[in-house]
Design a protein around this ligand. Structure first.
Ligand code: BES
Ligand code: MN
Ligand code: ZN
Length: 501
C-alpha cells in the first residue's frame, strides 16, 4: 500500500519530484497556483495564456524546471469551474492526478489539491477522500499472472498538504482512516477478483482466521456443515449440497466497545460461485458469478478497517459461504426445505440461492442480540434493471437505520436508494406447498427478494443492501470495486461516535 503523509508548507519551497497544483476553468489560478506564479515571475500565467490548458476537469499539463521553485516538476490539474467544485468533481480531479502521475516516473509527489474549497466539506473529508481515491486507482491484481506488472519506479509516497500546521492533527487522523478504508477496499477487491477455484468457502474461512490473528479484540468462529445441521439450517445446506466444497458459516466477532454495548451485525452473501444450480444460468458472462461473494468480501473488508483503526465499537460479521452448483445431490425445483427459523421454503428456482443462505445466517444473527443487522448481497439481477450500476438497493424495516445509511452514503459516495417493502409484495411469495416460495416472479424482483429476507429479520432492526450493480465492473475494466466497504465503515464510524448504542 502507498504511503500517505500530510504536511503544510509553501509550494515554491517544496523539494519534490513533483508538486500537484489546480487550475480552474477558464485559466484561473487556484490560490496555490497564484503563489507559484508569483514566485516564478508569471511563468504559469504565461503558459496558460498560450492556450494549452483551459482548466477543464480531465485536463492536465506537466511542467519542468519552473523558475523560482524547488520541485523537479509541477503538474497542473484542471479543476473545472470553481463554483461547480463538488464531491464528484473533487474525486475526478484526484483520479486525473493519479492517472497522470502513473505515466511519469515519479515515486513521490506533493499534492496541493486537498487545499481546494469544496462545498460543505472539511479538511478531514478532503484528505480522506484523496487517500481513498489514490489507493483505489493504484490497485493491481496481477498475482495470477506469470509476469508481474513492473513497478520499480511508480508512485509510492503521496504527500497531501494542508494550509496550516493547525490542520495537521486532523489531517493525520484522516489519512489513518483513509488508509484503513483503503486496506478494506483492497481486501474486498482481491477476494472478489480471485477465481472460484481459489476463493472457495474454506478459503474465505482461512482469510477470516488470519484476520482474527491480527487483533486481540477479534475472534473467529467457523461452523462446519455438521454444526449447521444441528442448528437446523436446512436452507443454507440445501445450497451447498450440490457442491463438493463444504459450506462454512464464518463469524468474525470484534469487541472494541463497551461490554454491554449491543453489536452492529454485518451479514455478507458468500456464494463463491453461482452457476444457478439445476436452474442453470446461461453461459455468457457466467465467469462473473465468481463475484457472487462480494457481499462477504465487503463485510470482511469493513472488519479489516475496523480492526486497523481499533474502533471503540462492537461489530460482528457473519458470512454464509457456499458454492451453488448442479449435481446429482443438488436441490431441484420443487424441493422443500426447513430453515433454522422453522419456516419451510419451496425452492422453485435453485438460482435464487442467495436468500436461502442469507435467511439462515440472519436467524443465526439473533444470538448476538444486535443493535442493528445490515446484510450486503449481490442478490438480484433485478436491482440492475431498477437502478443501473450506479446505486445499491436499500430495503429496511427501520427508518432511522435508512436515515443513518443515507447520511453515511453522502459522505462516501456509495449511493443507496430505498425501495419499498410493502405488504402487497409479500403475496408474490405464496407457495401451495410450503410457508413460502423462494421466488416472487419477474415483477419487483429486488423487492420480493428482500421481502423473503424480511421474514427472518423480525426480531431486530435490519437493512438489506443489494449490491449486484455496484460490486464489480464488467467489460474491459472487469474487476471488483471493493464497494461498499467505505459506506459500511462510515456507518460504523458514525455509530462509534455516539455515546450509547
Ligand atoms: N447472484 C445472482 C444475482 C445476480 C445476477 C447478480 C446477475 C448480478 C448479476 C442471484 O443468485 C440470482 O441468480 N438471482 C436471480 C433471482 C431469480 C432466480 C429470482 C436473478 O436475479 O435472476
Ligand atoms: Mn443465483
Ligand atoms: Zn447468487
Amino acid at each position: 500500500m502507498m504511503d500517505f503523509i500530510v504536511k503544510s508548507g509553501l509550494p515554491e519551497k517544496q523539494r519534490s519530484a513533483c508538486i500537484v497544483v489546480g487550475i480552474f476553468q477558464s485559466r484561473k489560478l487556484t490560490a496555490v497556483a497564484e503563489r507559484i506564479d508569483a514566485a516564478s515571475d508569471g511563468h504559469l500565467s504565461n503558459i496558460l495564456r498560450r492556450g494549452d490548458m483551459e482548466g477543464a476537469i480531465s485536463q492536465s499539463l506537466l511542467l519542468y524546471n519552473v523558475p523560482g521553485t524547488l520541485a523537479d516538476r509541477i503538474l497542473l490539474i484542471g479543476c473545472g469551474k470553481e463554483r461547480e467544485l463538488d464531491d464528484n468533481a473533487y474525486r475526478k480531479i484526484i483520479q486525473q492526478t493519479v492517472t497522470r502521475l502513473k505515466n511519469t516516473s515519479v515515486t513521490e509527489a506533493v499534492c496541493y489539491l486537498s487545499e481546494l474549497n469544496i462545498k460543505g466539506r472539511d479538511m478531514h473529508w478532503k484528505v480522506r477522500q484523496a487517500v481513498e481515491v489514490t489507493a483505489d486507482m493504484t490497485y493491481q491484481f496481477d498475482q495470477l499472472k506469470s509476469t508481474k506488472t513492473k513497478n520499480k519506479r511508480s508512485l509510492r509516497k503521496f504527500i497531501l498538504t494542508v494550509p496550516s500546521r493547525r490542520d495537521l492533527t486532523k489531517a493525520e487522523k484522516a489519512t489513518l482512516e483513509g488508509s484503513a478504508i483503503a486496506t478494506g477496499v483492497d481486501l474486498a477487491k482481491t477476494l472478489g477478483n480471485l477465481p472460484g477455484n481459489i476463493c472457495t468457502p474454506s478459503y474465505l474461512a482461512d482469510q477470516a482466521k488470519s484476520m482474527a490473528k491480527k487483533n486481540r479484540a477479534m475472534k473467529v468462529e467457523i461452523l462446519e456443515e455438521a454444526d449447521m445441521k444441528k442448528l437446523g439450517m436446512g436452507a443454507l445446506l440445501s445450497v451447498s449440497q450440490g457442491s463438493r466444497q463444504a459450506a462454512k458459516l464464518i463469524t468474525l466477532d470484534y469487541r472494541g466497545g463497551a461490554k454491554t454495548a449491543k453489536p452492529i451485525v454485518l451479514v455478507g452473501k458468500g456464494i463463491t460461485f453461482d452457476s444457478g444450480g439445476i436452474s442453470l444460468k446461461p453461459g455468457g458472462k457466467m465467469d462473473e458469478m465468481k463475484y457472487d461473494m462480494c457481499g462477504a468480501a465487503a463485510v470482511m473488508g469493513a472488519m479489516a478497517a475496523v480492526s486497523m483503526l481499533n474502533l471503540p465499537v462492537n461489530v460482528v460479521a457473519i458470512v454464509p459461504a457456499s458454492e451453488n452448483l448442479p449435481d446429482g445431490l443438488a436441490s431441484k425445483p420443487g424441493d422443500i426445505v426447513t430453515s433454522m427459523s422453522g419456516q419451510t421454503i419451496e425452492i422453485l428456482n435453485t438460482d435464487a440461492e442467495g436468500r436461502l443462505v442469507l435467511c439462515d445466517a440472519l436467524s443465526y444473527a439473533e444470538k448476538f442480540d444486535p443493535a442493528v443487522v445490515i446484510d450486503v448481497a449481490t442478490l438480484t439481477g433485478a436491482v440492475i434493471v431498477a437502478l443501473g450500476r450506479h446505486a445499491n438497493g436499500l430495503l429496511s424495516n427501520h427508518p432511522p437505520l435508512v436515515n443513518d445509511l443515507n447520511n453515511a452514503s453522502k459522505i462516501t459516495g456509495d449511493r443507496v436508494w430505498e425501495l419499498p417493502l410493502w405488504d402487497e409484495y409479500q403475496d408474490q411469495l405464496k407457495s401451495n406447498f410450503a410457508d413460502m416460495a423462494n421466488i416472487g416472479g419477474r415483477e419487483g424482483g429486488t423487492i420480493t427478494a428482500a421481502c423473503f429476507l424480511s421474514r427472518f429479520t423480525k426480531k431486530y432492526h435490519w437493512a438489506h443492501l443489494d449490491i449486484a450493480g455496484t460490486a464489480w465492473k464488467s467489460g474491459e475494466a472487469k474487476g471488483a470495486t471493493g464497494r461498499p466497504v467505505p459506506l459500511l465503515v462510515q456507518y460504523i464510524l458514525g455509530r462509534s461516535g455516539k455515546k450509547k448504542s
